[in-house]
Design a protein around this ligand. Sequence first.
Ligand code: 5CA
Length: 420
Amino acid sequence: MLFSQFFAPTSKDIPADAKIASHILMLRSGMISQTASGIYCWLPLAVRVMEKITKIICEEQDRIGAQKVYFTTIQPADLWIESGRYDAYGKEMLRIKDRKEGDFLYSPTNEEQATDVFRKYVKSYRGMPVMLYQIHWKFRDEIRPRFGVMRGREFLMKDGYSFDINFDAAKETYQKIFRSYVRTFRRLGLTAVPVQADSGAIGGNMSHEFQVLAETGESTIYSDKRLFTASDEELMTTFAVTDEKYNPKECPIAESDLIVSKGIEVGHIFYFGQKYSKPMNAFVLNENGEKIYPEMGSYGIGVSRLIGAIIEASHDEHGIIWPEPVAPFDITILNLHTKNEKCVETARRIYDALSSSKEVLYDDRSITVGEKLADADLIGIPYQIIIGQKKIENGLVELKNRKTGEITEMSIEQVIARFM
Ligand code: 5CA
């Protein structure tokens, strides 16, 4: 991709109403464009990151047998009246009338719809278990949208729904998802710690949140210090709760072992039994012909919030530092002198050689050296190949590692070989 043709409207200006690093950097790097409070357009740089994230999520969902679907963004109110949540959900729900005055809503979540699909098609225990998920837009009319995409009104969520024949099977599914989430966040280059959570409006009695530790997080986490060194198996049982659940009088660990930190909730999983299957009369027949109401769970990842959370966890004073698995490009080539023939020829040669196997952004724009270097650090692509007119006289280019800041001089052949 040539930067001169790439739609990434970068800016030096610090946006007035942006208070945290991720919001500032997403606006300055031209990733998002606000269209209304808590509602953003996603521009090409952000979409490339979003697609990397969703690919990893989908691979990990596939691995545990969850199947991808698309539920709808618009749902009839009837489904929510059946479950009893239509009134309970309150003002966060965007309610819509169609031309016939029928009541609809923009999905804030899809438990009812998943249950409806299940009950229409699965009639026997033989059709179970079922695990469906989607990656789709949600709308919640948050009272205080803030911090850019962290607490938006429209946001992208991965939401999964499971149906099991009994409690033991549902518990096993929950544990399978738990392990899968630990793996997913790790693959995204993040440390997300699981905490025992309050299950809030979704309801239920087994629930964990996955929190990325960051100063700017909205959640306060009280945890056993061993959480940070726990094995995957120990994670589920190591003490960690959010402030909603923390009670110093009932805290099971010594004060000296307690750590208080701030976190960003990037995932939330729930087991809630028959909360929806019973009122919505979703049942199957068991081998004796008896009615069984499935044990359900739902499992969310805040995909658009994750982009902000990754930036909060990985940036410096110059800009974003993308973890390699989710970077919008693998490499950027900075041609510092676009009027110098040797520089142009070298940049083109490296670009052609690497583009077949890597995602490369070639900054061919006629702007100042300072602007070019600043934009590269702002956008945060993991590797910069810098081509300048002095060094190229001796056949040399520079390779900069955005994360460590380390710059290595090498020949054109060496830099190509480094990435092949
Ligand atoms: N139905 C369940 C799980 S499928 C559910 O809706 N869970 S949730 O309410 O916890 O949301 C799942 C994830 O979406 C959260 O962990 C959070 O990362 C993200 N999320 C929730 N609200 C917002 C918001 N307003 N803006 C951005 N992301 C959000």
